[in-house]
Design a protein around this ligand. Sequence first.
Ligand code: UD1
Length: 367
Amino acid sequence: MRIVNVVGARPNFMKIAPLLDEMRRRPGIEPLLVHTGQHYDVRMSDQFLEQLGIPEPDLHLGVGSGSHAVQTAQVMTALEPALMELQPDLVLVVGDVNSTLAAALVAAKARIPLAHVEAGLRSFDRSMPEEINRVVTDVLADYLFVTERSGVENLRREGIPEERIHFVGNVMIDTLLRNRERADTLEMPSRVGVRAGEYALATLHRPSNVDDPVLLEGYVSVFEEICRQLPVVFPVHPRTAGSLEKFGLLDRLRRIDGMYLLEPQGYLEFLGLTSRARLVLTDSGGIQEETTALGIPCLTLRENTERPITVTEGTNRLVGTRPAAILDAVGEVLAGGGGEPRRPEYWDGRASERIVNILVERVGAAA
Ligand code: UD1
C-alpha cells in the first residue's frame, strides 16, 4: 500500500511524525512524504523535521508564501503531476492549512482515496481561512480521523456517511507524550533566563489578531501589564514580526521590562517552555490541545474554538481579544482559579496506531 503523506506548514509536522513512524513499522506500507514548502524557513520547517525524526521528504514542491489562491493553486499545480506519477493507494493530509486543502482537492479529482487526520473540527467562523480548509477537506475525504467527539457530531450534522468517520484521538498528543522528557532536559526556562513555573508564555499569529493594528496594540499593552507581575516569554511568528514592525510596535515591545522576545522555537524548545509555564496566552489551535494534555492553564485570545474539549475538559479558556478581559483572566489564573482538568478520551499516545490499523484494514484490502 503506497501512501503519499502531504505536509506544508509548521503545525503539520508534529501530526505527521507519529503516523510516519507507525507506517514505517508496517511491512505492507510504503509511506512517501511530500512537503509543499508552504513554510520554508529553517525555524518554521527544517528544525521540526530534524527534531521529530521525519525523514527527508521524497518530494519538495517549493511553493512558499503567497495569497490564499496563489498558494493553494501552486500546491495543486505541482502536486497533480506528482500524484499521476506516483499512483498512490491513498493520499493522507493533516490539519487545516492551505496545503491540506490543496492536496485534498488534487487527490479527490484524481480519484485517489483521501484520508484527513484531524477531521471534523469546526469554529463555525468562516472568516478563518482554516475553517474553509476544514469544511472542504472533510467533504472530499474518504477516511475522516477525528480527535474529539464534537468533531464526530459536526461531521454527522454535515451529512458525512457514518462509515467514513473514525474517532481515534489526537496524533499531536502522540508526539507530545513521546517528546516530553526530551523537551524537559533542555531546561528551557533557565536557557531563556526565567524561572520554571514563574512566567507566561505567549504566541500570536492569526491574521485576525496580528494584521489588525488596534488589536495588536492591545496585546502589547496586555504584555506591559502582565510583565508587572511575571515575565512573558514570546516567540514571534514571522507574520507577527512583520506586523509589529509595520505598525511601529516593535520598539515598544522590546522596551518592556520582563519581556523575552524569541525567534520561532523548535518543537522541543517550545514544548519545554510550555510544560513549565505558569500560564499560556495564545491564538493557536494546537497549543490549546498541548496545554490541555500538559495541564497548563491556557487563555485563548479568540472568540471561538474549533477544539471545544480543551475548554470543557481541559485547561483552556476563551478570553476574546479585549485587553481588560484578558487581564482579568490572567488575574484569575494567578490567583489559582480553575478546576481539575482531565485529559480527553484517546489522547493517550496511540492515535497514530489506531489510524494506521484502520488504513491497513480498509485501504489495504482494496489496494
Ligand atoms: C499557516 C496556516 C495556519 C497555521 C500557521 C502556523 C494557512 C491558511 N494558515 O499560517 O493555519 O496556524 O501556518 O504557522 O495555511 N513566512 C515566513 N517563513 C516561512 C513561512 C511564512 O517568513 O517559512 C511568513 C511570510 O511572510 C508569509 C507569512 O509568514 O507570507 C504567512 O505564511 P503562510 O504560510 O501564508 O501562513 P501562516 O500565517 O504561517
